[in-house]
Design a protein around this ligand. Structure first.
Ligand code: ZN
Length: 203
């Protein structure tokens, strides 16, 4: 399976990291070994001193497809999860400054926190999915999918021009504003609408 991630897909987040707002989706990937599931803790990696959370809605691809046309894109997914795109921000900044790929800052073991999947049709408002992340019981990041620059259907169409989508692939759809650091001992909890989806302790 493949793990796609979208960078800078919310205007306010692009601005907070002083990045330009993209004209097309910015795609990167994480290896399957990055997955952190079943509410497992994340051990703070030794190679960073600025580990950040990025709360994201994750789409699961439900059937294979290439060159998916916009009008059919909605047929390629029906489930979402809560994800945390963990990022070694210090390392990523250095790599970006040199124009280098940022895999080691974004694709390391445990960098893809993932909850169980739920059916989109069971959501209260599938047109504007609300999600938030809490740290030690306090909300630290909030998002609404109506603020996406490139919506789910657009991402499916765009990605499938380059990569064959396969059933079980997942897409981290980008993070809203409000990213920030975590420290050892933090307990992160992710919610979609009011449903508790994920717990992740930083150890
Ligand atoms: Zn992200």
């Amino acid at each position: 399976m493949k793990i796609f991630c979208i960078g800078r897909n919310y205007i306010d987040h692009a601005k907070e990291l002083k990045n330009p707002v993209p004209k097309q989706p910015l795609i990167f990937m994480k290896p399957p070994s990055a997955l952190l599931v079943n509410h497992k803790p994340l051990y703070y990696p030794k190679f960073t001193e600025d580990l950040h959370y990025e709360a994201e809605i994750v789409l699961k691809i439900s059937k294979n497809g290439r060159h998916v046309q916009p009008e059919f894109a909605h047929k390629y997914y029906n489930q979402i999860a809560f994800g945390i795109d963990f990022t070694a921000r210090d390392l990523q900044s250095k790599l970006k400054a040199k124009g280098h790929p940022w895999e080691i800052a974004k694709g390391f073991d445990g960098s893809a926190g993932l909850s169980q999947f739920i059916n989109i049709k069971d959501l209260k408002n599938k047109e504007n999915i609300e999600f938030h992340l809490a740290n030690n019981g306090k909300t630290i990041q909030k998002g609404e999918t109506k603020d996406l620059i490139f919506d789910f259907d657009y991402l499916i169409t765009y990605i499938s021009q380059f990569f064959k989508l396969q059933q079980g692939d997942i897409i981290y759809t980008g993070t809203p504003a409000g990213v920030g650091p975590v420290k050892i001992g933090d307990i992160l909890e992710g919610f979609i609408e009011e449903k508790h989806m994920l717990t992740c302790e930083i150890r």
